[in-house]
Every structure is written in C-alpha cells, then in structure tokens.
Design a protein around this ligand. Structure first.
Ligand SMILES: C[S@@+](CC[C@H](N)C(=O)[O-])C[C@H]1O[C@@H](n2cnc3c(N)ncnc32)[C@H](O)[C@@H]1O
Length: 285
C-alpha cells in the first residue's frame, strides 16, 4: 500500500491544499525531470490531431473543475442509468480480491472506486485524479459512507506521470479517463509500470459501435443530446460539445487494444456494452 493507507483519508481539504501537494510532489520529482512526452504522439483530445499536451490538459482542468459538483447527475441521466452497469462490469474485469491494492486513475468523483468498495471490496483503494475539484466531490462522498469501510486515500495524480513505485498495485482501473489524455502512450506505459506482475488493468471508455446504423444513431445522440443534457444539468454546453468531440476522435476497440499491447500488456481483450457505445478493455502485466 502507499502512503497513509491504513485509514480513510477524508480530512477536509481545499483545492489549494491539493494543488500545493501536487506542486510539492512535482518538485520532489524534479530531480528526474525529463520530457515525458519525448518521442510520443501527443494529441489534442478533441480532434485527435497533434498538439501540445498543454492544450488538452488545460481544457480538462477547466471543464472538470467547473462541472465537478454536477457530474454525477449528468452521467446518470445521459446514459439512461446504464452507467452503473458499466461501472460494475469494469470492477468485475479488474479481478479484485479482498487482498488487492487498487489504483483508480482518472477516478474523478469516485464512481469506479466506490463501486469496487461496494461490490468487490479490495484491501485498499488509491483514488486519484488530475483535477482537485473532482477529488473534492469524491471526498464528500467518502464522508457520506461511499467507501463502505474500505481504506481509501486520495491523491492528485497525472496518469501520464504517476508518482508511485514500480510494481505496486494489484489492479488499476480507469473509466472515461484515457480519452481525455493527450499522451496515451505515456499514460499506458505508466499504468503498466505501477502494476504488479500478474496484475490487471481494466479500462472503461466510449468506443465505436460496429453496427453502422447503431453508430449513426449514436453519433446523432452525441451531437444533439449530450450538449442538451449538459445544459440541463450543469448550465453549460462547452464541456459537453468537447465530450462528444473527444468520443468521436477516440480510437476504435481494435486500435485501442493494439495500443495496450504496444505498452506491454498481455491477454488484451475487450467486451462491448450497449452495442459498442462503451467497451471495457483489459490487459495483464
Ligand atoms: C469523464 S471523467 C471520469 C471520472 C470517473 N472515472 C468516472 O467514471 O466517473 C474523466 C476524468 O479524467 C480526469 N483526467 C483527465 N486527464 C487526466 C490525466 N492526465 N490524469 C489523470 N486524470 C485525468 C479528469 O479530471 C476527469 O475527472
């Protein structure tokens, strides 16, 4: 386990505290500072075209920082409640045991972590995200009992630069995170690095429905309804236009599976849900 893992770490913290902690972690890592993106294809996650990583990273901070408090209601409504089923499928794919130490990357407000705590409780959860405001909501939920007693720690973490030791987690989960990351090669390399040999990575992401008719209908839903739900639940559309754009720009199931294999994962496979609107990819170290 990492850090203060023996108790649930839900002391009140402000975004400022998180940012200072994050800055400290960065400073501590400064000795091995190098360009983590060197030699990789770095993209604008809204278009898939090459762009400086800062373009996507700043947008993620702005969008998720602004919608954090309303994010959960939007998810439930826009997926017609299917969202929870997909979370349970992701957790089931992670092969958790009561002894597992689970790292949840891009964990946001805690949906994957708290589904794990409820349905397949591991020994410890490290719940991480890039945006402090999302973790603030996750902490609030923990105070209301969402951890179901599973020791849970929270950390601001960039999945492209994970501040944990090699071979330290039995399972890593990521739901709707990889699509938002400009250097996916780096994020997958880091995920692989922190997994223990034999450990499982389970990754839930929007994907490409193989059936052309279903795909067409889905793309209409993305273009019209997602910004509509965004407006209804959060009062803004910008983030939700981005959501639709980034889904369209994300690689299909086979292409993403090839990226996992390229990162070193074995036994890479995926399962489609809702006709391929989402897919859970898994790989083993
Ligand atoms: C759509 S939300 C998903 C949150 C959560 N996994 C869930 O299922 O509800 C995407 C999350 O990815 C996070 N994120 C984006 N870029 C990231 C990065 N480079 N490292 C870690 N998290 C990142 C965002 O802050 C946001 O909380």
């Amino acid at each position: 386990m990492t850090q203060s893992a023996s108790s649930t770490d839900i002391e009140p913290k402000t975004s400022g505290d998180y940012l200072r902690a994050s800055a400290r972690a960065s400073a501590e890592k400064a000795s091995d500072t190098q360009d983590i993106h060197a030699g990789h294809t770095v993209i604008d996650t809204a278009t898939g075209g090459e762009a400086d990583a800062a373009v996507s990273e700043q947008r993620v901070q702005q969008i998720f920082g602004a919608i954090a408090k309303k994010y959960d209601r939007f998810n439930a409504a826009s997926s017609f409640g299917l969202y929870k089923r997909w979370l349970r499928a992701t957790v089931a794919a992670a092969n958790l045991t009561p002894e597992s130490d689970l790292l949840d990357l891009a964990g946001g407000t805690g949906d994957v972590s708290y589904t794990a705590a409820k349905t397949n409780p591991p020994a410890h959860i490290q719940l991480t995200d890039f945006v402090p405001e999302m973790l603030d909501v996750a902490r609030d939920r923990a105070r209301q009992g969402a951890t179901c007693g599973v020791p849970t720690d929270f950390d601001v973490v960039d999945a492209q630069d994970i501040p944990y030791a090699d071979d330290s987690y039995d399972a890593v989960t990521m739901a709707y995170g990889i699509r938002n990351i400009p250097d996916r090669e780096q994020a997958l390399a880091e995920t692989y690095r922190v997994l223990k040999p034999g450990g499982t990575f389970a990754c839930l992401e929007f994907s490409t429905p193989p059936n052309a008719l279903w795909r067409g209908l889905y793309h209409i839903y993305l273009k019209v309804m997602i910004p509509f739900w965004g407006k209804v639940f959060t009062g803004q559309t910008k983030g939700f236009v981005y959501l639709a754009d980034s889904i369209r720009a994300f690689p299909d199931q086979e292409t993403y599976a090839a990226m996992l294999r390229e990162a070193g994962f074995k036994d890479v496979t995926w399962k489609n849900y809702a006709g391929g609107i989402v897919a859970v990819h898994t790989g083993r170290k």
